[in-house]
Design a protein around this ligand. Sequence first.
Ligand code: AMP
Ligand code: ZN
Ligand code: FE
Ligand code: FE
Length: 279
Amino acid sequence: MAVDLHLHTFFSDGSYSPHELVCSAKKAGISCISVTDHDTIDGLLECREAAINAGLGWISGLELTAEFHSHEVHVLGYGIRAAEFFLERLRQFQRARMQRICRIIERLNRLGVGLRLDQVLSCVKGPSPGRPHVAWALVREGFCSTYEEAFAKYLRSGGPCWVPRPRISFDEAVELIRGAGGVAVLAHPGLLCSERTVLALIERGVDGIECFHPKHSDAQADRYRRVATERGLLVTGGSDCHGKTQGSPTLGQVRIDHSYWNLLAERVIERGGEVIWPS
Ligand code: AMP
Ligand code: ZN
Ligand code: FE
Ligand code: FE
């Protein structure tokens, strides 16, 4: 039995519907999943139902974007419960994302690219729009020929139409997740700027480390696993699949052993969260 604990749907910037996601998981031979959309838990109810109908194991999740010494850091939260303070904070992130989309479009328009907000929003299904939605719209409306070109020409960090997103601190992200009864995991540490930063973040207190990720080398996965074991932290991993988006890893490309699922599930239950076992 294989497990994928890092998945996105069209409730943030993935392309899969809950149904498509679950079908792909079944096809890939995955038996337990967690859906970890960016800054939203709106898709979880529907995904949970689809997972149950397909007999998949399920733990709720999300991926928060945070900041540490001006570097972008992602924190995964597992087994969170939808407390009102948590939902309100997510709504603030989502409003900030929407305002940012408007500012990106203003910049595009200033450069003579006549993309409109409604053209971007027509492909946004959830409350958490991001740069990928703008990139898809640029391609669909004929302003760019590929998704990659949209990023390279306009949207890449520091690019002509890039607008930084207000971010919460790493500490606040961890606290928010724990406050909502969740388990906080440092996402894809291999994408961070330096090993020193990785260790500094771990020392600040997380429950686990995402050791297995498509962008980690085998050596990195081994090293993070050792760091986690030495500190008694949970080990997680997944494909970070965004669906049929160009360049996205396929679901199940990174799959982890069931023993890691059992340990995460145990911790989620300890905190009062819900675990659905595969049937
Ligand atoms: P956002 O959260 O709106 O800043 O968008 C971040 C997402 O954009 C990432 O999760 C990637 O999927 C995508 N992305 C960021 N940079 C690039 C790039 N240079 N090329 C393609 N996709 C990118
Ligand atoms: Zn994403
Ligand atoms: Fe991420
Ligand atoms: Fe992700």
